[in-house]
Design a protein around this ligand. Structure first.
Ligand SMILES: NC(=O)c1ccc[n+]([C@@H]2O[C@H](COP(=O)([O-])OP(=O)(O)OC[C@H]3O[C@@H](n4cnc5c(N)ncnc54)[C@H](OP(=O)(O)O)[C@@H]3O)[C@@H](O)[C@H]2O)c1
Length: 324
């Protein structure tokens, strides 16, 4: 099969489209014929091996142990292992997988759900990581369940990106008043996602007062962010592109842990670990039309490097998807 592989960490230039053996599913695994694969900043991090501290946690110190990127998938079940009971060849599925930038990818029953018939493969392929992250960020932001969002004022920084556009939609859906922060050319897009108000950070500093602030973009000091919170407000650090090469978003989080006792708000560093329940929430919201996955661009398998460069440059508006 065709797959995009890498044998060293580095820029998108290390990615190479090549022919490799098609994977054979283990007894508990599902082999999916990839119809679409979502592209995430996580793919950039794993490709680049940055922040470097990540490499100490089993990913491979000098080169990635897993040669193929891509962790969000939608496709058709090709083959199932002997212990798989919930899926059969021909089923349309979506969720997460290992190595989805390929013609076939392996996953497990727990990481997949049947794809709603009314949701296109491209949208289904792009929802898992951003949905998971946005749901968990919002729960952290209100310190409780999503229903607690009703009536809350939420500021979303990086509101035009994959996680940000999903966070705006979900917060709005659950009754919050949302202000998005983005660059000038993305203002209309963020409004179209349901934000009541948008701060164009190229023209204005951050303004207003909020119960929760979800930062998916990084690049601003904690002091600037804390000033925008009401007493006992909550700052959720989701992303920090451009941060320290070794520590990444941990740099800001460590500082927050040290200074936390002296400020009147709470700071949470999010590490979103995928859960089947949140994938099911996203499926239901997508199928009902309550939310959408704004797919900005699709790239062929030969264009994975360009897709990742597009994200890296901060140009993304919604989601980017690879269609093999
Ligand atoms: N903590 C977790 O568990 C978790 C899970 C998933 C993702 N993340 C992180 O969350 C962050 C956002 O992910 P995403 O998928 O939403 O990314 P994305 O789609 O690329 O969106 C990021 C947005 O941030 C803004 N941005 C500003 N300066 C940027 C720069 N120098 N580089 C990149 N973007 C810049 C861009 O919009 P403007 O033009 O408006 O500035 C862009 O739309 C990433 O850092 C990712 O690694 C964390």
């Amino acid at each position: 099969m065709k797959a995009v592989v890498q044998d060293t960490y580095g820029s998108a230039d290390v990615l190479e489209l090549t022919e490799i053996e098609r994977p054979v599913p283990n007894p508990n695994e599902v082999l999916v014929r990839v119809k679409a694969a979502g592209v995430n900043m996580a793919d950039w991090h794993l490709m680049a091996g940055r922040p470097t501290i990540m490499r100490l946690f089993g990913l491979g110190f000098r080169a990635p142990k897993q040669r193929i990127r891509g962790s969000d998938v939608a496709g058709v079940v090709e083959e199932v292992g002997s212990e798989v009971t919930q899926f059969a060849p021909g089923d349309e599925v979506f969720g997460s997988a290992d190595a989805a930038f390929a013609e076939f990818a392996v996953s497990t029953e727990k990481r997949l759900l049947p794809k709603p018939a009314n949701v296109p493969f491209e949208q289904a392929a792009a929802v898992r990581m951003v949905g998971d992250t946005a749901l968990k960020a919002l729960r952290a932001g209100v310190g409780g369940e999503l229903e607690a969002l009703a009536g809350q004022r939420i500021l979303v920084i990086g509101a035009a990106g994959g996680v940000g556009s999903m966070t705006v939609q979900l917060a709005k859906h659950f009754g919050a008043t949302v202000t998005g922060v983005c660059s000038t050319e993305k203002v209309d897009f963020v409004l179209s996602m349901g934000a009541e108000d948008v701060i164009d950070y190229k023209k204005s500093p951050l303004l207003g007062s909020y119960e929760a602030l979800i930062d998916t973009a990084g690049g601003r000091t904690l002091d600037v962010l804390w000033k925008r919170l009401v007493p006992k407000g909550r700052l959720v650090i989701v992303g920090a592109e451009g941060g320290n090469a070794f520590l990444g978003l941990l740099g800001r989080s460590l500082r927050a842990a040290v200074l936390g006792p002296f400020v009147r708000s709470k700071t949470i560093t999010l590490v979103a670990v995928e859960t089947p329940d949140d994938l099911a929430i996203m499926r239901d919201l997508l199928a009902s039309g309550a939310i959408t996955v704004p797919v900005e661009r699709t790239f062929p398998l030969s264009g994975v490097a360009d897709a990742i460069r597009h994200l890296e440059a901060g140009r993304a508006m919604g989601k980017v998807v690879v269609v093999p």
